[in-house]
Design a protein around this ligand. Structure first.
Ligand code: 48H
Length: 257
């Protein structure tokens, strides 16, 4: 029998149990765009307790808009392997160049992360980091608030989640790096944003610049481009996928030491 109180109890009990487990995790990935979903898939495949916190009630970030709302994205070799591994159908459109539907790419990347064991929590905004400065400044977690509370403009104290690694996958605004640079000047971070478009350089540099920013804090995807002031690339997504995979590999290596 359907019973309203049973529905309510189930939701609250199950969510509360999840949140208790979430209070201390291996990796907090901030943002469920292409870099965040890819990072989460590879982190979870490596056995790390990985949670993606996404501000919106949907995932995919900038993929959804395809190119200027035309519903296709382009990826180049070797990044198409990541989509292929996720079960995403690809159409070859040139030497080492492939196209797919933006909605398909989102679904397959998210599915791959979830199947690997990552958790994706929607409707939650990371609006600060947790830090320690015993021998040197380090990031040890994220500070969370319901997106709806932020939108309502009311003051509600947030919750903190401890993580061994935090990955900024928030895209152009590099929100985690920005808050860390503002509130922890000792980190000497300056986020200048990305440069104008130069697709081939941008794709290469985004992956090159992906990595650890300070102990415990990593940048991937457009957040890495914003931090290092490298060019933008438009709706080609190979760099985002490769960046997500690279950051996952770096974290796995670091946490296994
Ligand atoms: C929780 C947050 C917060 C926050 C933001 O923008 P994204 O798709 O990011 P990437 O880096 O994975 O991919 C970038 C790509 O989509 C893109 O914009 C490209 C290739 N542009 C090229 C060009 O020339 O313009 O996803 C970021 C996600 C989004 O879903 C946000 O809602 C989410 O992060 N987010 N989630 N807490 N503080 N800030």
């Amino acid at each position: 029998m359907i019973n309203e109180s049973m529905i309510t109890r189930t939701i609250i009990e199950k969510a509360a149990k999840d949140w208790v487990n979430l209070s201390e995790i291996d990796v907090a990935v901030v943002g469920a765009g292409p870099s965040g979903l890819t990072a989460a898939a590879y982190l979870a495949k490596a056995g790390l307790r990985t949670v993606v916190f996404e501000r919106r009630l949907s995932f995919g970030g900038g993929i959804g808009g395809g190119g200027m709302l035309f519903h296709k994205i382009v990826v180049q070799s070797p990044a198409e392997e990541i989509l292929r591994e996720a079960g995403c159908p690809l159409e070859k459109v040139g030497e080492g160049l492939f196209a797919t539907d933006s909605s398909t790419a989102i679904a397959k990347l998210a599915n791959s992360a979830i199947d690997a064991g990552a958790k994706i929590i929607l409707g939650v905004t990371v609006d600060d980091v947790i830090f320690r400065d015993e021998t040197q400044p380090k990031i040890v977690g994220v500070v969370l608030q319901w997106t709806a509370v932020i939108m309502a403009g009311i003051h509600v104290d947030p919750l903190g989640v401890k993580a061994k690694a935090v990955v900024d996958c928030t895209g152009h605004d590099a929100e985690v790096l920005s808050v860390a640079s503002r509130k922890i000047p000792e980190l000497n971070l300056s986020i200048r944003g990305e440069k104008s478009m130069w697709a081939s350089e941008a794709e290469k540099l985004t992956v090159e610049k992906t990595g650890e920013v300070c102990p415990g804090l990593y940048a991937a995807g457009m957040a890495a481009a914003a931090l290092h002031n490298t060019p933008r690339m438009g709706p080609i997504f190979g760099g985002m996928l490769l960046s997500g995979k690279k950051v996952a590999q770096l974290i796995v290596e670091k946490l296994r030491k």
